[in-house]
Unconditional design. Sequence first.
Lengths: 317, 552
Amino acid sequence: MISTLFYRILLAIPTMLGVAVICFLLVQIAPGDPLVSVMPPDASEAMRQTLMQAYGFDKPLPVQFMHWLWRALHGDLGMSVATGRPVISEVMSAVSYSLRLALLATVMGFVLGSLFGFVAGYFRNSVIDRLASLLSVFGVSVPHYWLGMLLVIVFSVKFALLPATGGGPIGETGWQWDWAHLQFMLLPAITLSVIPTGIIARTVRSQVADILSQEFIVGLRARGLNESRIFIHVVKNAAPTALAVMGLQVGYLMGGSILVETVFSWPGTGLLLNTAIFQRDLPLLQGTIWVLALFFVLLNLLVDVLQTSLDPRIKRS
Amino acid sequence: MLNQPFWRKHRVAAAIGTLALAGTLQVQASTLRIAMTAADIPLTLGQPDQGYEGNRFTGIPLYDALVEWDLSQGEKPSGLVPGLATEWHVDPQNQSRWIFTLRPGVKFHDGTPVNADAIVWNVGKVLDKASPQYAPGQIGNTLSRMPTLTGAEKIDDHTVVLTTSEPDALLPYNITNLFIVSPTAWQKIFDAVPTSAGDTAARSKQAWTTFASQAVGSGPFKLEKLTPRQQLILAKNPDYWNKERIPRVDKVVLIPLPEANARTAALLSKQVDWIEAPAPDAVDQIKAQGFKIYANTQPHLWPWQFSFLEGSPWRDIRVRKAANLCLNRSELKSYLGGYMAEATGVYEEGNPWRGKPTFQIKYDPDSARKLMSEAGYSESKPLHVTVATSASGSGQMQPLPMNEYIQQSLKSCFFNVDIKVNEWNTLFTGWRLGAKDPSAQGVNAINVSAAVTDPYFGIIRFATEKAFPPTATNWGYFTTPETEKLASAVKHAFTPAEMDKAAGELHAALVDQAPFLFVAHDVGPRAISPAVTGVVQPQSWFIDLSLVSKKE
């Protein structure tokens, strides 16, 4: 177990370095001017050159990269070109918002997806199966942002039950676990949970169907176990796969919710990336992508460890 | 904030007696909530980013400038009014020196006086590389708007001189963009930055970052709380020196909401009272729910800027005039729901800089076809032109539908238009590099909208050799001996009357040469709750929040 963990951590190091190189280069080769946020479009070329020097963008790319990597390894991701604020504080504040949202959405997705999946798998080819499958296909297919806008129209504009946008009440800084704050999180979380619900439901359904057709289930039934005990065996066998999918979904939701966070102006990493992209704020963009990649790697590591502890077959292998 | 659910209203009703009693004891604070189009709170440290939206929402409310825009009326174009300076004139002995007399008794929010030292210090923040307050992050958005400013010197506590690299009558317009911050407040923050933070430049950078969240200016509002990327709360400054501009509301909350549909939903759900640029297809719904739409012509131009390089078909004035006569702007306006003003020049009738152009821009397709025929084109031999534009971008309004409309419109006058769509930043990088740059190969017109707040930004930078790329944005290399002479006259027009005359003559000469396809001016629509009163939408990029009231 410890050696597996050690091996995984070792594997994460070159992954992070590779991600650092790729995200640095991708950001650099994207079109546009990195000074767009601090310089109006009608600024002269001489002004542009002055600012390029001031921000160090005139240095060769390898030098810029090494400089950035060295500081990043010391926890300093530089300063945002647009705001002058430290990138690390911007990113960590956004990560806390996205993490909260992603966790709630994943919990919703996991509970609903598992429910639909187990029900559909247990009652294959029944009306319940078809209904659950329809819902999961809807979840996988529906565009996030469209559903988000629809929810806003219904719950905010039409019935004024929940706020349409923002990360908390006016005049308050930071997050608290009270209704005043939670109500801002509900619509984006519901919107985000739709895809994990669909994916987990489909995965669990096929897992359950597969497990139910295996010989050990026939054996358990032959030994006279009742259905609730058999259900527990099915759950135990399906759990590692569902967990792996859930782990991946948290990772995707952390960085892949640009549209939803923009629709709801949720101050997470998606909105931060959106802002950084449109402002060509290279340090902010690089820092955000790198931190998100780091989270992705760590989540996968965590899921691996959990899977290993849940599934003795993985432990043995 | 939100409409309460029905069942909760009963609880609220039960508490009315208590509230009524409390109401007699204290006056309820009024808070105006505004959703901006910016993706982040514009910088609050004195020189805002986010274009003119930054000046509108963090520059003008928090700070004063020596000279300011008159935002008290919307009937005629905004002009200059005294700000921190009560009077200004060019030094008769040296026309590269402007002398400003400061308003006595003005204090920053921290109680320190606004005097000549403070003005010199603030010029130093963008010009004096040796000064500790020098802020490279602020120079881009500042010096680009005051290209000839070279320094400042104190004459006495109430008199300051600004120097320019050449005689420049436009400096008073330019320095509306130089917002004056409290040097004392900044120095306190700078002194508190530990020396271990690095050299003076590093400590200065850190001090400016901190100053942004504790900003001290002398404007009608004070900074109460800044939550990056989420909200900025401004509080009324009851001691503001201009009694007519003491805010009517107690607080203003500014929220960045870059997505038009999100802004519209926030307004319709009464989460905010005011949104900038509502989603165009939601305007009818917004109006139907009782919200008001405010719009007025802005100093903005949405043009095609023609290339005058060898081989460009736009070098023929008959072709340029034909394009201008072939466009049905009125129909285009109706396609945009009425939210544009028809452009027949950079400045329109009623603007003191309009002048008297002899070329009358209107919809006259017969005359356009006649001109094209004279130039050698016909239905069977159309003229191929290519315009570069973007799919979106600041000030670009709705570039694709608008360009497609123009493409259709010009087709009837023997133009065959290709539209080359670029990413917005790529387009304006190309704009700065000019028509000779390899990136402009095959393109002979460019569609980049522009702020035309004064005759330099509206005319001179498009019509003189000094503004050829990469120095400024005369993308198409247009110039004539007449525009050069008249531009020089504008730079030497040191009184308002002289300025109006010189700028009018230059503008008339520009329109007569038609170096642009003049298409539209933006009208800056905003949707506002009926509870908000006193809104004056000036003919300007800016608005005065201190004039606005709100019924809670």
